[in-house]
Design a binder for this molecule. Sequence first.
Ligand code: B12
Length: 212
Amino acid sequence: MDDLERIGESLQRGDHHAVAELTAAAIAAGVPAIEILERGLLAGMDVVGRRFGAHEIFLPEVLLAARAMKAGMDLVKPRLVSGAAPSRGTVVLGTVKGDVHDIGKNLVGIMLEGAGYEVVDLGTGVAADAFVETAIAREASVIGLSALLTTTMGGMREVVDRLRERDPERRIKVIVGGAPLTQAFADSIGADGYSWDAAGAVELVRRLLEAA
Ligand code: B12
């Protein structure tokens, strides 16, 4: 097992101390943040997701894994976010009503900030009106919606519908993501874009704003 695999393995055990230590050591050794993220933290969370789905582990273990993921992400974040670049536009981001999953949403936010966008993160369990009113007040170009539950995906349609009432010229774009989503679902609710991962989300925002 190499050092990055060890990060993933510690994350699976929910050992946030080990994840923090190993992540800090990898950073100190000059391993690129994106590699730590993908081969260490995300690879570990992927296994947790599969084992949870297969009922091999249960909610308390997933909570511990999520805490360990956060410990690692807090350390790599400053290295993914470039800092001084002038803002290329504002993205209002959040997880929809009824849904507490925020790891993927946070990652999308980090990558967008890293690419020079200003991110207004509304957190989790966000009502449709809060997305729409914040985007208008902050003159945002994009609203990014995250959902991890099939039961909360419907909340995305509500945001699109409310936004179209308040912004009939469709100046503000809506992008959606989260494990249960598909391009077909995004099309069906009238969203402007869908991406299955955080890197794709950055590409999507770039394309939408270039076309605007
Ligand atoms: C961690 C986790 C939790 C943690 C969340 C901690 C946290 N702070 O987020 C806790 C333990 C709290 C939790 C709770 C629950 N969970 Co849960 N959870 C997961 C798990 C294992 C991993 C999710 C995760 O973080 N993945 C890692 C991140 C990086 O991936 P991601 O979120 O998909 O994000 C990426 C992309 O989707 C995309 N993306 C994400 N958001 C956005 C937004 C935009 C705009 C774009 C463009 C892209 C994008 O980019 C991200 C980065 O690449 C998944 C399993 C899975 N396969 O997804 C289950 C899972 C989502 N949970 C599930 C369930 C059932 C629950 C509970 C209902 C369990 C319960 N009985 O209480 C509760 C729900 C609570 C609620 N009301 O929300 C089910 C959902 C099933 C379904 N069909 O709806 C899953 C799929 C597990 C399973 N197989 O059964 N969970």
